[in-house]
Design a binder for this molecule. Structure first.
Ligand SMILES: *Cc1c(COP(=O)(O)O)cnc(C)c1O
Length: 485
């Protein structure tokens, strides 16, 4: 077996900064000033804020130690399915941090922001090309926010047609944000079951699609990591009844440069640029859920839009049918810079290679672990594969026990208990950025854990054993979080 990355860590204890503080300590020493001190009117100043007093080294170690209590893609493989936790090249961070981009002020006005506008304009065009749509908005701040924008546009479209509809069809494999977005727009969600092969059957959609249904939301590849092969036929069924098709593009990492969702009959599609296009996520930081739309939906796009007139880029707000603003100013510009840097550095071939490798890696894991873990849908997958704990149940070992134990072996656990259509799902998305050696180590770790499930189940019940905190009462941890080290 390969040596695992997680053997025994050096995990430091670390008190709060307040506890380390000592009067008079300071991170910098400046020479005495030779300028005469002049005091402001004390009534204008208020009390000085109370801050911990620390040496530079105290501060550096404090944050470095805290960062080591967590697991990040920079410390190890992070096979969280439906999330695309891939490694993002640091150069894209460098580009976003450039003074001209990071220092751009949204109130500077068009005249002084031509570079930023050009970047957003060019990025919209590139994302339109990648997804196969004529127009794109970059305003939404996340995938869920993009869904909200898309369904608001569906709502505005039906309103403009003169008849509002009340329902949206959502497959049972959908991410929870899909029904939530539909509900926010006032729609009732109607669930449609996927068929035996883990994908949608056109007959099931035809049976419930009617003229009171505004449309359907489809994730493709879906959250089982399977390509919705009947997508074209389903789009036709929905369109024939006057409905629209929303594409959840969170899994675009599997199909960049291979499939253009716009060619499949989808009317609006979000991408999670923070998943597919090089912004680290997972900590709730800024994201971007760009939304691509067909021609018929362009009038409803959020304002401001960006247009190019001769050689000048302009913000356009005079769009009477627009759903309005989705974000202050123009959305999360830094994420857009990283996306643009990623697209330019990858090029069309690089993007396609990334998706091809992501799919290859997932299929390699699927085939390698097939006899070790139960595989409910045994067919070629896209960028992720879904197992469960059926083989381990006789030893009373669950998906959760195995996921926790992976931490001891130096891997972040995969997504567990999602999608809901698989009991106790164990969903692995390796992404394209892991090498064969890393993936083999992961496979060996899962096999070793499956062996422990038979030989030493008591140990698995206590895992993780090598992390700073071991098995937590997860409900208590969420309800009564302890934020001290
Ligand atoms: C991540 C994800 C979402 C939600 O995206 P956020 O950017 O987290 O709001 C929606 N659908 C699917 C399939 C996802 O994986």
């Amino acid at each position: 077996m390969n040596k695992q990355p997680g053997t025994k860590g050096l995990i430091f204890n670390e008190p709060q900064l307040w506890e380390k503080s000592r009067n008079g300590r300071c991170a910098i020493s400046l020479p005495c000033s030779d300028v005469k001190r002049s005091l402001l009117d004390p009534s204008l100043m208020g009390d000085a804020p109370e801050l911990p007093q620390l040496y530079e080294l105290d501060v550096v170690r404090h944050y470095t130690r805290l960062s080591q209590w967590n697991f990040g893609v920079d410390s190890g493989m992070y096979p969280l399915g439906s999330c695309t936790m891939k490694y993002n090249p640091k150069t894209n961070e460098v580009q976003a941090a450039r003074q001209g981009f990071a220092g751009a002020h949204p109130l500077a006005g068009e005249e002084f922001s031509q570079g930023a506008l050009k970047l957003m304009y060019d990025l919209e065009k590139a994302l339109g090309e990648i997804t196969g749509f004529p127009a794109v908005t970059l305003q939404p701040a996340a995938g869920a926010h993009g869904e909200f924008a898309g369904i608001l546009m569906f709502h505005a479209y039906h309103a403009k047609k003169g008849k509002q509809r009340s329902k949206i069809i959502i497959p049972d494999t959908a991410h929870g944000t899909n029904p939530a977005s539909a509900a926010l727009c006032g729609y009732e969600s109607v669930s449609v079951k996927s068929g035996e092969r883990g994908i949608l059957e056109p007959e099931a959609v035809a049976a419930i699609m009617d003229e009171d249904t505004a449309g359907i939301m489809i994730t493709n590849p879906n959250t089982l990591g399977l390509f919705e092969e009947n997508i074209r036929e389903i789009c036709e069924i929905v369109h024939a009844k006057g409905g629209l098709v929303y594409g959840d593009g969170a899994n675009m990492n599997a199909i960049m440069g291979i499939v253009k969702p716009g060619d499949l009959g989808i009317d609006a599609l979000h991408l999670n640029l923070h998943k597919t296009m090089s912004t680290p996520h997972g900590g709730g930081g800024p994201g971007c859920g760009s939304v691509s739309v067909v021609k018929e939906l362009i009038p409803f796009l959020p304002v401001p839009r960006i247009e190019k007139q001769l050689d000048t880029y302009k913000f356009i707000t005079d769009c009477p049918d627009s759903i309005g603003r989705m974000h202050t100013f123009y959305g999360h510009f830094g994420v857009m810079v990283k996306t643009w840097a990623y697209i330019l550095s990858m090029g069309p071939k690089g993007l396609k290679d990334a998706s091809t490798l992501a799919v290859l890696n997932a299929n390699y894991i699927k085939e390698s672990l097939k006899g070790t873990l139960n595989l409910p849908y045994d067919r070629p997958c896209m960028h992720e594969c879904v197992f469960n704990d059926k083989f381990q149940q006789e030893h009373h070992i669950t998906t959760m026990d195995m996921a926790k134990r992976l931490l001891d072996y130096g891997f972040h656990p995969p997504t567990v208990y999602f999608p809901l259509v698989v009991d106790a799902a164990f969903m692995v998305e390796p992404t394209e950025t892991e090498s064969k050696e890393n993936i083999d180590q992961f496979i060996d770790a899962v096999k070793a854990i499956a062996a422990e499930a038979m030989e030493n189940p008591e140990l698995l019940k206590k895992a993780p054993l090598l992390t700073k905190v071991t098995r937590l009462d997860e409900v208590a941890a969420a309800r009564k979080p302890c934020l001290r080290g």
